[in-house]
Design a protein around this ligand. Structure first.
Ligand SMILES: Cc1cc2nc3c(=O)[nH]c(=O)nc-3n(C[C@H](O)[C@H](O)[C@H](O)COP(=O)(O)OP(=O)(O)OC[C@H]3O[C@@H](n4cnc5c(N)ncnc54)[C@H](O)[C@@H]3O)c2cc1C
Length: 419
């Protein structure tokens, strides 16, 4: 069976890996000159698979309204992006009821748990180095009510496999001594010991190279412009004029997915949410943190990339596909890092040229879309939102099983196109 995977981000590369394992003839195609150069390039690196709520929190509309009014908010909506968000936004709100939010969190947690096993298996089988670590993931809370809210949700997700420990302030510092500088501000923590982390871009590059050694074809620097159905198969054309044929096609183009899907009459409820990151040298900082964490009060994620670098991520902006970096963003992220680790020993300033931004492919209904598209032999693996690195390995595994007619580890109707 000849399968063409469009998109060599974490999701596409993982899908190619599992299809190859099933003995398919796989080709991977990507618009960029190297794999993993879009959302998978500078993301937070956390594989936080336990306790995974969708963004569709019942109170989420308040954040959006605050963002629109220019007040401090975790979700910023730019006015110029509003027209493209109207229908999508109503759909988002429709899926933000208590019941749908909880059901979404259950499905995400089950997919995430499967991903943990898949990442271990990929790392063991291929031996690729993507700075894969199994040090867990820590959420730090600065107010008791937020900690109680997440604890309550986590308890509900226990039956879906969520593993976590609620930590006191002292236990939080014991786990991550680098937090000692803000001890008086910490209300407690929630630690998921079995969570993992890794460099998604290195994963994409090295896994693609490994697959090519195993006989998978990769076509880089080829942006698919046209996709047409020819009988039961497909014909694709790229910006260079190159043409490709395939029996089956997987669309794994992240936030760009709606454009190609539309050519085959498939409407995807996905919009881009921009986020930012900086990657700083930290080798001279002897007491650097070791556990990937998010400080929910500051709204920042901090994670080691290997032993020498620290990545700081933040921001969620609905601004269309606008790649501009606001002035001072680098120093803002650095100030967030220092708000969590006041004794950070590293650069005093970050120029905006060193700030990365990427687009999370955010689905209106809060769940990735994995499986059939409605057009026979055209499959979807997209819309992974803020969790795409975490979910990539499991998404690739279950979709590849489905394509070759094997029973996936999880029921795909849980991750289908929403009605
Ligand atoms: C600031 C930030 C922090 C994040 N932190 C985390 C985190 O800690 N943990 C986590 O799990 N997730 C995180 N995410 C989310 C995660 O990065 C994404 O969900 C994930 O990378 C999506 O992977 P993907 O493969 O679907 O898309 P992408 O990585 O964007 O890959 C899509 C690929 O498709 C290619 N493509 C697009 N159109 C075409 C075309 N027409 N022809 C050919 N190729 C095409 C692109 O070149 C690209 O390589 C974060 C995201 C951001 C922005």
């Amino acid at each position: 069976m000849k399968v063409l995977v469009i998109g060599a981000g974490a999701v596409g590369v993982a899908t190619a890996y599992y299809l190859h394992r099933h003995g398919c003839e796989v080709a991977l195609i990507d618009a960029n000159p190297a794999p993993g150069m879009e959302a998978s390039l500078g993301n937070g690196g956390c594989i936080h698979a336990n306790v995974v709520p969708p963004w569709n929190e019942p109170s989420g509309y308040r954040e959006i309204v605050r963002g629109l009014l220019g007040r401090p908010s975790h979700l910023v909506v730019r006015y110029r992006a509003l027209p493209s968000l109207l229908g999508w936004g109503l759909n988002f709100l429709r899926h933000s009821t208590e019941g749908r939010f909880l059901e979404g969190a259950r499905r995400l947690t089950r997919l995430g748990k499967h991903s943990l096993a898949c990442f271990q298996q990929i790392a063991a089988e291929t031996g690729i180095n993507f700075h894969h670590r199994e040090r867990g993931f820590l959420r730090v809370f600065r107010d008791t009510s937020s900690l109680e809210g997440v604890t309550e949700l986590s308890q509900k997700l226990s039956s879906d496999g969520a593993e976590f420990r609620v930590l006191t302030t002292e236990e939080t510092i014991e786990l991550e001594p680098a937090l000692a500088g803000i001890e008086p501000n910490i209300a407690g923590g929630l630690y998921s010991q079995t969570d993992q982390s890794g460099d998604a871009a290195a994963f994409c590059r090295h896994l693609t190279a490994w697959l090519v050694e195993q006989g998978v074809t990769s076509h880089l620097g080829e942006s698919v412009r046209v996709i047409r159905r020819v009988g039961q198969a497909f014909h694709l054309q790229t910006q260079t004029g190159a043409e490709y044929g395939a029996d089956r096609v997987v669309l794994a183009t992240g936030s760009d997915s709606p454009v190609l899907a539309r050519q085959l009459g498939v409407k995807l409820p996905i919009r881009p949410a921009k986020g930012y990151s900086i990657t700083l040298p930290a080798e001279d900082w002897l007491s650097a943190p070791r556990v990937p964490l998010v400080d929910t009060g500051v709204g920042v994620g901090i994670h080691n990339i290997g032993e020498r670098h620290l990545r700081v991520v933040g921001g969620a902006e609905f601004a269309g596909y606008d790649r501009r970096i606001p002035m001072g963003k680098g120093d803002y992220l650095l100030s967030c890092l220092k708000a969590v680790f006041p004794d950070f020993a590293g650069p005093e300033t970050v120029v905006d040229e060193d700030v990365w931004c990427g687009f999370r492919p955010v689905p209106a209904h809060g769940l990735p879309i994995i499986g059939n598209s409605g057009t026979p032999n055209f499959y979807l693996n997209t819309g992974h939102g803020y969790m795409g690195w975490t979910m990539s390995a499991a998404s690739g595994s279950v979709l590849a099983d489905h394509i070759v007619g094997k029973q996936p580890a999880l029921p795909l109707h849980d991750y289908g196109l929403p009605l």
